[in-house]
Design a protein around this ligand. Structure first.
Ligand SMILES: CC(C)(COP(=O)(O)OP(=O)(O)OC[C@H]1O[C@@H](n2cnc3c(N)ncnc32)[C@H](O)[C@@H]1OP(=O)(O)O)[C@@H](O)C(=O)NCCC(=O)NCCS
Length: 186
């Protein structure tokens, strides 16, 4: 994954984030409908905060713990982001969001499948979605994730509250013998 600079899908290009993406990141991820479904989007989301996020990701690249891509649609620019972050147990947590104008066009499913085709080499992949976000659960299922039956309460800055999260695992990785037990134990 470290050497994967870009991932091309039928309609989308997953590419490194650049500082010029900050305005669109702030606009789309600062939308309350997006911010309340993810954990750490500041509200309001100022462009300088998005710049800080992109700078931090770039500075952390040598650690090989964060693999985050801009999802780019030709003629539009950034329409969302997708990535995986290393957890304490050596597995990776997959996450994504898409700007509201781009919902309902299959972009999340397409981007997730493209991302997973490379990220599956990282080891066990986990994900979670808030219980009131079934659309993301559907995207994850179509991408090869399955429910573990576990739940946890996580705080979302966008909600200003904690809410129930349903946990999922990328099942093809489990079938290939990646660290299922470790992933489930955390
Ligand atoms: C959730 C999100 C990623 C979906 O993106 P998208 O590009 O619209 O997703 P897709 O079009 O690829 O697929 C959405 C699927 O969810 C389904 N869906 C939509 N609303 C649904 C609902 N209320 N209940 C169940 N399924 C629903 C769609 O029908 C579609 O499935 P289908 O192709 O089998 O019909 C997007 O809305 C988003 O970014 N939301 C805010 C941030 C977020 O939730 N991030 C994920 C955090 S876990």
């Amino acid at each position: 994954m470290r050497d994967v600079i870009e991932i091309q899908t039928e309609r989308l290009r997953l590419r490194p984030l650049r500082m010029s993406d900050a305005a669109r990141v702030a606009r789309f991820a600062g939308d309350p409908g997006v911010a309340c479904m993810i954990l750490r989007a500041p509200t309001p989301y100022l462009e300088c905060a998005a710049e800080g996020w992109i700078m931090t990701l770039n500075a952390r690249k040598p650690l090989d713990e964060d693999f985050v891509y801009a999802v780019d649609r030709e003629g539009e620019g950034l329409v969302g982001t997708i990535g995986a972050h290393k957890r304490g147990d050596e597995s990776f947590e997959v996450g994504y969001w898409f700007g509201r104008p781009y919902w309902g066009q299959g972009y999340a499913t397409e981007a997730l499948r493209g991302f997973i085709s490379e990220a599956c080499t990282l080891g066990a992949l986990q994900a979670g979605h808030f219980a009131d976000n079934p659309a993301s659960g559907r995207v994850l299922q179509k991408g090869g994730f399955a429910y573990t039956g576990e739940t946890e309460n996580l705080f979302s800055i966008g909600r200003g509250a904690s809410a129930l999260v349903k946990r999922m695992l990328y099942t093809p990785a489990l079938e290939r013998g990646f660290g299922a037990r470790e992933a489930l134990a955390c």
